[in-house]
Design a protein around this ligand. Structure first.
Ligand code: 13P
Length: 253
């Protein structure tokens, strides 16, 4: 059985004090469970401190983006080697907000996926369609294409350990969630795409999250679906009580 993976994506929220308070409050209250992995993807500025604060707890810390190069003249960027050096093990790549506002393309996402594996980071690779694409019934085509591009020339043994987050863009921060069945359908298509590329064993192992207005009220139904192995959560990951509820839901059979 695939271990669930539920990750908060804080985006550009919280002061240092608020971030630390969250970690202090949450770390002792998460269920210690083989069924679920709990992660918070925080602003880069707080990663060192959060890793320190959560050491030995069930709360893992991830980054929200990174550069693909080890080092270089890239003002303002954070490298995979830097993330690794502060004890970060997860990184969100290709979030739709990065693709829309910061010129991330399928190609840069692919470069970053390669870099993540090179440095021993688990990438959480985001894919998803716009409302227009959904309405013109090209969701599966779009998402499969993004998966193929993101994992181009990546070794199957690495893909097994990757996480793919299916986040329909129209469902992000809007309160509109895909129905659990619709989300499952697309996650199934993602798994089939991985299967076409890498075979059944890798497709069975890869973990697929749903993201887009997930909250404690809808997470259980989403997690009950065959192809949904977790969630990538924005707004509802910001408050300790809500985040804990999400992880508790993930720990249930
Ligand atoms: P919301 O949960 O706020 O809709 O955000 C989803 C998201 O973009 C997570 O990466």
């Amino acid at each position: 059985m695939r271990k669930r993976i539920i990750a908060g994506n804080w985006k550009m929220y919280k002061t240092a004090e608020e971030a630390e308070k969250f970690a202090e409050e949450v770390k002792g209250k998460l269920p210690v469970s083989d069924r679920v992995e709990a992660i918070v993807c925080a602003p880069a500025l707080y990663l060192t401190k959060l890793v320190e604060l959560t050491e030995g707890s069930a709360l893992n810390i991830g980054a929200q983006t990174m550069h693909s190069e080890k080092e270089g003249a890239f003002t303002g960027e954070v490298s995979p080697a830097m993330l690794k050096s502060v004890g970060v093990n997860y990184v969100v790549l290709g979030h739709s907000e990065r693709r829309e506002y910061y010129n991330e393309t399928d190609q840069t996402v692919n470069e970053k996926v390669h870099a993540a594996f090179e440095y021993g980071l688990t990438p959480i690779v985001c894919v998803g369609e716009t409302l227009e694409e959904r309405e013109s019934h090209t969701t599966v085509e779009k998402v499969s294409h993004q998966v193929k591009e993101a994992f181009k020339e990546v070794d199957g043994t690495n893909v097994k350990n990757a996480v793919i987050a299916y986040e329909p863009i129209w469902a992000i921060g809007t309160g509109k969630t895909a129905t659990a069945d619709d989300a499952n359908e697309v996650c199934k298509a993602v798994r089939e795409t991985v299967g076409e590329l890498y075979g059944e064993e890798v497709a069975d192992a890869v973990r697929i999250q749903y993201g887009g207005s997930v909250n404690p009220g809808n997470v259980e139904e989403l997690l009950s679906k065959e192809h949904i192995d977790g969630a990538l959560v924005g707004g509802a990951s910001l408050e300790p009580a809500s985040f804990i509820k999400l992880i508790e839901a993930g720990a249930n059979e």
